[in-house]
Ligand binder design. Structure first.
Ligand SMILES: Cc1ncc(COP(=O)(O)O)c(C=O)c1O
Length: 373
């Protein structure tokens, strides 16, 4: 069975790796980095000293709805720019949204790949004298031409929860001198030094998950049962999601982050990305979003485009791939506006396939045979 996230018990984590901190120090020696429980709170703290209520932040329309919540908490307006098929910004649309109150422009490195047009965004932030936020939530270990993704702008973030089997965890990068000087960490900055109930709950869930992994049908039944019983609207409500993310990085996340071997994880993810590429190579109606896997990239997932997303997801699930999913759920304001037609079309036809280090490439190859039957 191929699920969405690695387990705390995966062998790939049991080595005596150098940990995430040393990796960041090695690849971003000139950035100051600070740990958080979530990327959203890291974004809030990073921008807090740089903006005034009434300013605006320009973000890509192709984005999960909760990401703009920290901007709203700071009294900022979020403005969405259109993107192209390649995920590059529609520069004319982006530029038209900038005005004297624009405090920052956000770029997003989708699925661990640098957003095409990063340099053009940097040129715009220079020209309009605003900050460039490099949102690298998806792939903490991606390096492009010697620069760690997340450190291309004046400030940036990355999310450890998307890489490791941890309940929470994120990093804020302050790259620019002014940003570093203005940064005042809130009480949510840093790593907790005691084991909390949430840590124990996470380990218990990992044990349960391990048992469920032995049987896709059992996994699906339990998943359906849990979905039925969720009265908690925070999973869909952006503001609720944001409020739930207001925790410091847990002790369990810190222990895992310190123990892992980033190079081994990146290599495993790359091998799984290539395995999926082979599996979908001659499959009609399934097109990889990225043709190439450049050196240094640590993919978050293997995204494909398909005209019939739901039947592809069903076919995958039938064959034990329970961790494939669509992405992102777009904000209403985006979904209802024709300007964002490309983002809507991309979101409606996208399936993200898991490549995490807990999967063996042979398990992905085996899906190939099953998809053909
Ligand atoms: C592009 C992007 N940026 C930021 C975030 C926020 O990260 P976190 O969940 O750590 O708050 C997400 C989360 O899904 C994301 O997809």
């Amino acid at each position: 069975m191929i699920d969405a996230t690695p387990s705390v018990f995966d062998a790939s984590l049991s080595g005596t790796g150098a940990g995430i901190d040393a990796f960041i120090d090695r690849h971003a020696p000139d950035s100051m980095h600070t740990y958080y429980g979530s990327g959203k709170v890291a974004l809030r703290d990073g921008l807090a000293g740089l903006v005034e209520p009434g300013d605006n932040v320009v973000v890509p329309a192709f984005l999960s709805p909760a990401v703009v919540e920290p901007f709203h908490e700071l009294g900022l307006e979020s403005r969405y720019y259109a993107i192209e098929e390649s995920l590059a910004p529609d520069i004319a649309d982006l530029e038209a949204r900038i005005d004297a109150d624009t405090a920052a422009i956000v770029s997003v490195n989708y699925f661990g790949f640098p957003q095409p047009g990063l340099e053009r965004i940097a040129a715009l932030t220079d020209e309009y004298d605003c900050y460039h936020v490099d949102d690298n939530a998806h792939a903490p270990l991606s390096v492009r031409d010697g620069t760690l993704l997340g450190t291309h702008g004046d400030l940036g973030i990355t999310t450890l929860r998307k890489l490791l089997p941890v309940p929470d965890g994120a990093v804020l990068y302050c790259t620019d001198e002014t940003v570093t000087a203005q940064f005042a960490p809130s009480s949510l900055a840093g790593r907790s030094n005691r084991i909390a109930t949430a840590d124990c709950r996470f380990v218990a869930a990992s044990i349960a998950e391990r048992v469920l992994r032995t049987s896709p049908s059992l996994y699906r039944s339990v998943e359906a049962l849990l979905a039925d019983g969720t009265a908690d609207s925070s999973s869909v409500d952006p503001d609720g999601r944001y409020e739930a993310a207001k925790v410091p990085m847990s002790k369990l996340s810190a222990i895992v982050a310190d123990a892992v071997d980033p190079d081994a994880i990146r290599a495993a993810r790359r091998a799984n990305f290539r395995a999926w590429r082979r599996v979908v190579a001659d499959r009609e109606g399934v097109t990889p979003l990225f043709d190439r896997l450049p050196e240094g990239i640590s993919p978050y997932e293997f995204p494909v485009r398909t005209p019939d997303r739901d039947s592809f997801l069903a076919a995958l699930e039938e064959r034990g791939v329970v961790g494939a999913h669509s992405w992102p759920i777009l904000r209403e304001a985006v979904r209802e506006d024709d300007t964002y037609e490309t983002s809507i079309r991309l979101a409606d036809g996208l399936v993200a396939l898991p490549v995490h280090q807990g999967i063996e490439p042979s398990a992905i190859e085996a899906v190939d045979d099953r998809l053909r039957t």
